[in-house]
Structures are given as structure tokens and as C-alpha cells.
Design a protein around this ligand. Structure first.
Ligand code: C2O
Length: 633
């Protein structure tokens, strides 16, 4: 189960090593010895070829991409309020087909004509677009439940794939036998590719329903701090818009966050409920820039940005997750984590009648809100932007941002329904280049640059001289606790070695990304959780501004399926036999260390974890994690 192509390349390298006897063999004299050497060489070549083929074969057997389809067993998804939800999809009426790239028209000069996804705050000023957009959703909502293109079934696609309704499969194809391991496309490297292809088909269906092949989804440009309207909930989704927009409206949204509020990426519903989240727009703007900078710019490795590997058996972090005990593992990338905040901010929150935080605040319901697709359009755009960001992180300054190249990633497989109601098998490798899928995004690089080139405040003097020996080291593979009060740990650091480069797609240690990793954080499925991390700033607390130099990133967990229905909300808060997600969280620290003036790998640091609290339980309950460590990617 390689996680990166470079691993297999290096293992080839070690297998085709030329036998020592040939390299240092006695140089004989005369003909016979020369022909013997030739013979040896011939055999060496045969052996190498054989080993090479064998290795290639083993590769195929060893690759463990997750394979999934919406056929076969499908379990209802439990929710807190009401009966479990049926998110299963209709069976295809025709034979399943394989994905092929769409035909892309070209200009006379041969340039591809791509559909352009434009910012929602701009598009909503175009009455013609809003009418079309609304009409497309109105038609989608009017389709019968048996039609896989209907809005109901579009929601079900997300509800099922994102809430463990299906099982992983053993062999490619929609009817491969099931493994018994539940499928989840969040919390790993599948997050961005899966949602890209989901949107791709969603958009094509909308386009075909209004007979407009040029139709493209808008993107909710919530990271944009340049235009004051960009990060607001786009008005075209809200009541009293002026142009008919009923099909774009959803009643289950947090009306406290309607304009003129701007989406706050430091948002935490718990603090808000306590009346303790009172920032000025200016403060929100700088915190947002700093969150984007830390979740996107400082994350240069595929693992840090896209998320951890997800292979057959789910167990992506070795044998440390007890799947049979209801634990599901995960490692969200920086992009996924920041995307969760927009979900939490948009959905109903702190509303006793809606403990499930529908719609956007819970993955089960999220895609019932048309705003979901415009939110994800921005997430998808940011994946493209990420690949264009110059290094700015590693010592070498020349590392390129690239997707994973391993087979496990590329051959991961899903099914979707297309605009003709055909079930299509799609692989992750099909999703990596948006232009091949026939679309592009309006260039908003002026606002992107604000967070790409963001300069946090200079570090405080006290942080530069922070004495790590005053803080406890985490208990390795043990019980470590994060409560409502921030916790600080001393983190031992070391210099990277060439071993750390293996499988990372880099050739020397100067190209490595340094991470602080929280391992095996145990989070109940039904809980919100948020952890902000600071380096060498043990005074950090729930109110510390995220534009501080010492802040290095955020993790946000959103509730999802898997809740045990036998318990009520209050009972399940006791956590005794709840279902847990076991997540690994990475914080990328190269840039922060530089700001702190820490150039020496042997200087230990203080890592402060600030939990913003879980919502449903008493404020004294916290989270446990197994270890805190340094890692190189
Ligand atoms: Cu599958 Cu934004 O979620």
C-alpha cells in the first residue's frame, strides 16, 4: 500500500541493484573470462527484467485504492432528530459506463472554450444569470424521485457517500464484492477529487435541464477579503432578492449570519452562543487572511493540503484504529478543515429544534441547500489555486505543489449519475485537471494574493525566548488530554534525514515541510470540535486573535452520520459507548518557526492547543489524543 509513487520507484531501485560480484568481480584475463562476464551480464539483465515484471505485478496486487459505487448494500443514515434518513440512490436503468473526458470546443485559433465559473457576488448582479440559475434548480427539484438527476437524489449522493451509507468494494466496477468496511469520502485525500466530480455532474445536469451547455455554477468567494460583498452569504440565495429565486432559497440557514455579516473563518458556535465572539469586521478580515494563509499557503505537501491516504480497509493510520469498535480514522487536509468552517457558519446552529444543524452544518443534510454547491465550487477553485502558489515554505524555496501520484490515489473509484441518467465510473485520476473537464474559474488573483502573500504580525519577543522546559512532554502513544483550558506541551524537535524524504516526492531535506502532528484525536461523530494551535505562545486562549504570528492553523470537525440511534442527545453526551472519529491533525510550521527566529532543528518548541470546546456536552469535557509529534512531509 504505497502512499506515493516515489516509494515504489525507490523500491525498484533497491531491487535492480547490480550484483556485487559483477561490480567488483575479478577482472580475468583472456577470452573465456570475458565471455563469462558477458554471460553474467546477460543473466543479470534477465534477472532484472524478471524482478522488474514481478515487482510491477505485485504493485497491481498491492495497490489498494478504495473502490466504491452506489449499487449494492446501502444503510440508512441516523440523525439526532427523527427517523434515520434514506440516502440510497436509484439503480441505473442502463449499463454502467466508464468516464471519458468531455468534448471541449475550440476557438478558430485552437484555444479551448471552457465554461467559466464566476464569483457569486458578481453573478448575482446579472438578472439573466440568476433567472437561469433559479430555473435550473426549479426544474431539478421538479424531477420525480426515481430520476437520479432530481435534487432529492443529488442530495442523496452527498448524504450517502459522506455518511458511511455504502461499503468499500473489493474489485473495480460497480458490482465488485463489498468489503464490509463503510465508505466515507471526507477526512482524507478523496475529499477534493470526489467533490470535484460530484460538482462536475451536478453542473452538467443543471446545464442540460435549461439546455444551455455554457451554464456554469457560481463560486462563493468567501476567502476574498478585498471585495466587501464576496464573503457574505450571497444575496441571490436569500429572501427578498428582487429577482425570483425561490429555488435557491433554503429555510435551514442561520439568519443571524445573513448580510452584512461576513463569513468568519475563526468562527466557533460555542463562543458565539456564550456571547463571546464579538469581533470587528476589520479583525475578522485579518483573521480570515491568516487562516487561509495557514490552511493553504503554508501547506505544500499533498498530504498537508489534500489530506491523508485512504485505502481499502479504511485503516489509514496503521493498526491503531479499532474499526470494529466503531472508530473511524481520518486525516483531513488543510483545505477540508477550513471548508468545514463555512458549513458550520451557514447551517442552523444553537437551535434546540434543530440539533442536527441542518442544512449546511451537518454533512448529512448539507447538499439539500443549493448554497452547498457554490461553496464547494470555491473549495474546488482553491485546489487549482493551491497548485500555482510558489513554494514560500521550505528551505529550498523550489518545491512544487503537486497531487499525490500513487496508484492508490489515482485508481480510487466512485460512481455518479450523469445528465443522461447513466451511471458513470470515475477514477480520481480523471479529476486532477479541471481544464480537461471543460471548466475554469474567473481569475480573482488580486484577492487570492492577499492571503497567499499574507505576512502575519512579527512574533512577540517573549515567544522567541519561550522556555520549553517548563512544559510537559506529551505522553507518547498515551493518554493526553485537551480540555476547555488550553494545554501546552514541550515538543522535541530533530533535524530531518534523507529517510524523511522517502516517498515524499522530494530529493533533499531542504525541500521538506515540517509539521506538528496531533495523533489520534478522539472526536464523537455528532460533535463540533475546533482546535487552534499556537507555537511558543502558551498564553494563547479561546480569545487569542488568529492573526498572531504564533498561530499555525485550525482543525474543525463537523458532525456527521454514525450516531447511535439508541441514545438521545443528552445521553449520548456521556460518550460511554458513542461512535468516534479518530483523526490525525497536521499543522505546518516552517513559516512560523522562521518568524520566531528558530533556525536550528534542535531547538524544542512549546505547542499550545486551544480547544474551542464541544457543543453538546458540558464545558468540562475535553478530547483525548494519543501523541503530539514532529513530522516531515
Ligand atoms: Cu462533503 Cu462540504 O462536504
Amino acid at each position: 500500500m504505497d502512499t506515493d509513487m516515489t516509494t515504489s520507484v525507490s523500491s525498484f531501485g533497491s531491487l535492480i541493484r547490480i550484483p556485487q560480484s559483477l561490480l567488483h568481480g575479478k577482472v580475468g584475463s583472456g577470452r573465456s573470462s570475458a565471455s563469462k562476464t558477458r554471460q553474467h551480464l546477460k543473466w543479470a539483465v534477465y534477472t532484472c527484467a524478471f524482478v522488474f515484471c514481478l515487482q510491477a505485478l505485485l504493485e497491481v496486487v498491492e495497490a489498494d485504492p478504495v473502490l466504491a459505487s452506489s449499487l449494492g448494500s446501502c444503510k440508512p443514515v441516523p440523525v439526532l432528530k427523527g427517523a434515520p434518513l434514506h440516502c440510497c440512490l436509484p439503480a441505473p436503468k442502463r449499463l454502467t459506463i466508464r468516464f471519458t473526458f468531455p468534448f471541449i470546443p475550440r476557438t478558430l485559433l485552437g484555444r479551448p472554450i471552457l465554461r467559466e465559473r464566476k464569483p457569486a457576488h458578481i453573478l448575482q448582479k446579472d438578472p439573466e444569470y440568476v433567472r437561469k440559475y433559479n430555473l435550473a434548480y426549479a426544474r431539478m427539484k421538479a424531477l420525480p424521485d426515481t430520476d437520479p438527476r432530481s435534487f432529492l437524489n443529488q442530495w442523496r449522493v452527498h448524504c450517502s457517500f459522506c455518511n458511511e451509507a455504502f461499503q468499500q468494494r473489493k474489485t473495480p466496477g460497480p458490482l465488485g464484492p463489498e468489503t464490509g468496511v463503510l465508505l466515507q469520502v471526507h477526512y482524507s485525500w478523496t475529499f477534493l477529487p470526489w467533490h470535484r466530480m460530484y460538482l462536475y455532474y451536478h453542473e452538467r445536469i443543471l446545464a442540460s435541464l435549461i439546455n444551455d451547455p455554457t451554464f456554469a455554477l457560481p463560486f462563493w468567494n468567501w476567502d476574498n477579503q478585498l471585495d466587501k460583498d464576496a464573503a457574505k452569504m450571497p444575496a441571490m440565495f436569500l429572501p427578498k432578492f428582487g429577482i425570483p429565486n425561490a429555488a435557491l432559497f433554503d429555510e435551514f440557514r442561520n439568519s443571524n449570519h445573513y448580510p452584512p455579516k461576513i463569513l468568519y473563518l475563526g468562527y466557533n458556535s460555542k463562543l458565539e452562543a456564550e456571547g463571546q465572539q464579538n469581533l470587528t469586521d476589520q479583525q475578522i478580515k485579518y483573521e480570515n487572511l491568516c487562516v487561509m494563509y495557514n490552511q493553504v499557503t503554508t501547506k505544500i505537501s499533498a498530504r498537508d493540503f489534500l489530506g491523508g491516504p485512504y485505502v481499502v480497509g479504511t485503516d489509514n493510520s496503521a493498526a491503531t484504529v479499532n474499526v470494529s469498535a466503531g472508530e473511524t480514522p481520518g486525516e483531513s487536509g488543510g483545505m477540508e478543515s477550513v471548508h468545514n468552517v463555512a458549513h458550520e457558519w451557514t447551517g442552523l446552529i444553537n437551535d434546540p429544534d434543530h440539533p442536527d444543524n441542518e442544512d449546511m452544518g451537518n454533512f448529512i443534510y448539507a447538499a439539500r441547500d443549493p448554497i452547498f454547491y457554490t461553496h464547494h465550487s470555491n473549495v474546488d477553485r482553491l485546489w487549482d489555486v493551491w497548485k500555482t502558489i510558489p513554494d514560500k515554505v521550505t528551505k529550498s524555496g523550489i518545491r512544487k505543489r503537486m497531487d499525490y501520484m500513487s496508484r492508490d490515489f489515482l485508481d480510487t473509484e466512485f460512481t455518479f449519475f450523469d445528465e443522461n441518467q447513466n451511471m458513470v465510473i470515475v477514477k480520481v485520476r480523471d479529476s486532477l485537471d479541471s481544464s480537461k473537464l471543460g471548466y475554469k474559474y474567473t481569475d480573482v488573483s488580486e484577492s487570492d494574493k492577499m492571503w497567499i502573500y499574507y505576512e502575519p504580525l512579527p512574533a512577540q519577543e517573549s515567544s522567541k525566548t519561550c522556555n520549553s522546559s517548563e512544559y510537559p512532554a506529551p505522553v507518547p502513544s498515551g493518554y493526553n488530554y485537551i480540555g476547555m483550558d488550553p494545554v501546552s506541551f514541550k515538543l522535541d524537535r530533530r533535524a530531518p534525514t534523507t529517510e524523511d524524504c522517502r516517498g515524499k516526492g522530494v530529493n533533499n531535506v531542504d525541500q521538506l515541510q515540517e509539521d506538528v502532528v496531533l495523533e489520534r484525536v478522539k472526536i464523537p461523530h455528532l460533535e463540533y470540535a475546533r482546535f487552534d494551535v499556537f507555537i511558543n505562545y502558551p498564553a494563547a486562549n479561546r480569545w487569542t486573535h488568529l492573526y498572531m504570528s504564533e498561530y499555525v492553523g485550525t482543525f474543525t470537525h463537523l458532525p456527521s452520520g454514525m450516531v447511535d440511534m439508541s441514545k438521545s442527545v443528552s445521553e449520548s453526551s456521556s460518550e460511554s459507548d458513542d461512535k468516534f472519529r479518530i483523526v490525525t491533525i497536521r499543522y505546518s510550521v516552517n513559516a512560523a518557526l522562521k518568524r520566531l527566529g528558530i533556525t536550528d532543528y534542535n531547538t524544542d518548541i512549546v505547542v499550545t492547543v486551544v480547544s474551542k470546546g464541544k457543543r453538546n456536552s458540558s464545558p468540562t469535557t475535553g478530547f483525548t489524543f494519543s501523541n503530539l509529534k514532529q513530522d516531515f512531509q
